[in-house]
Design a protein around this ligand. Structure first.
Ligand SMILES: [Zn+2]
Ligand SMILES: [Zn+2]
Length: 308
């Protein structure tokens, strides 16, 4: 499992080769997209991520720097003559905007477009499951921004492991015999006795967790979404110098992101969504590092593993 920040800039338009919010989560056989700012189609291409592999898009809120690219992405799928279904999980107003805009522009969508509304703000703040595919489950929770906004958590269960040593002790050879036991659930040994897969399963590793904040002020729901995450991509719009502006606009400072990550037991914090007043995230990184060591500033198009 890998992830790639496609855009690390606040502000609706791409500028000087920096782009608005979007993060791709690259799983075996499919890609999940978290936010889809303008230019995301081009950024996917630049990162060599096949856009046809995008199975679901999760939009945090209706601000243009997080959703403007969604219309272009769906229009591109229409041109591609896509046949696979696409799920969009977003606040209701974003889904209405998407459907109305597609109709207004006459974009013919011949694949199944499933628009799922995020659970209404004001409901329980604990994360609610909004998407499931294979071993992946995505949860959403309302956060604290100027408009209804959500953060997302993707949890990927790992498969139970087979105790190869115990099998070898019974004379089972790794390779063909273990493969048969895995496929068929039982195996007849040379002495005529049967062994069963369930007796040789070890507990699976803990799930791999990816969390993504969108825009928000610090809040409890965000710590819940990020709990024990392997990677938490979190907005850090401002440095400490603009803490008052961060509070006023319901955004985070880098230090606040680090504080949440520390409290939530996050293994790797990735800062993103840097205000247009900064050239990059280096000041943000320095401020966050004063609090926690395992933090980086997002670099667009870098493809990185969720677990090192
Ligand atoms: Zn934003
Ligand atoms: Zn916003």
């Amino acid at each position: 499992m890998n992830y790639c920040v496609l855009g690390n800039r606040a502000g609706a338009a791409p500028y000087n080769n920096r782009h608005p919010a979007a993060v791709a989560l690259i799983a075996p056989g499919e890609v999940l997209l978290f936010d889809c700012g303008e230019g995301s189609v081009l950024q996917l291409q630049r990162a060599s991520i096949r856009r046809g592999a995008v199975s679901a898009v999760f939009i945090t809120h209706r601000h243009a720097d997080h959703c403007l690219g969604l219309l272009g992405l769906v229009a591109a799928f229409s041109s591609d003559r896509r046949s696979d279904p696409l799920t969009v999980v977003a606040p209701p107003e974003v889904n209405i905007w998407l459907r109305d805009s597609l109709t207004t522009l006459g974009v013919s969508v011949e694949f199944e477009l499933k628009c799922i509304d995020c659970p209404s703000v004001g409901a329980a703040a604990s994360p609610v499951e909004v998407f499931c595919s294979g071993d992946m489950r995505v949860f959403a929770a309302p956060v604290d921004h100027r408009v209804p906004a959500f953060a997302f958590r993707c949890s990927m269960a790992s498969q139970p492991r087979i105790d190869i040593e115990a099998l070898e002790a019974r004379g089972v050879e790794e390779g063909v015999q273990v493969g048969r036991l895995r496929r068929e659930g039982r195996l007849t040994l040379a002495d005529g006795s049967d062994i069963f897969l369930e007796d040789f399963l070890l507990a699976p590793h803990p799930p791999t967790v990816f969390a993504y904040s969108g825009d928000t002020a610090p809040c409890e729901a965000l710590a819940e979404i990020a709990r024990d995450a392997d990677v938490f991509v979190c907005e850090a719009t401002f440095t400490a110098k603009y803490a008052e502006r961060a509070a006023h606009t319901r955004h985070m400072t880098a230090a606040a992101a680090a504080e949440i990550a520390e409290r939530a037991g996050v293994k790797q914090l990735v800062l993103t969504h840097f205000s247009t007043r900064y050239r990059d995230g280096m000041q943000h990184l320095a401020e966050a590092r004063r609090r926690i060591p395992h933090v980086t500033a997002a670099v667009e198009l870098e493809i990185l593993p969720l677990k090192p």
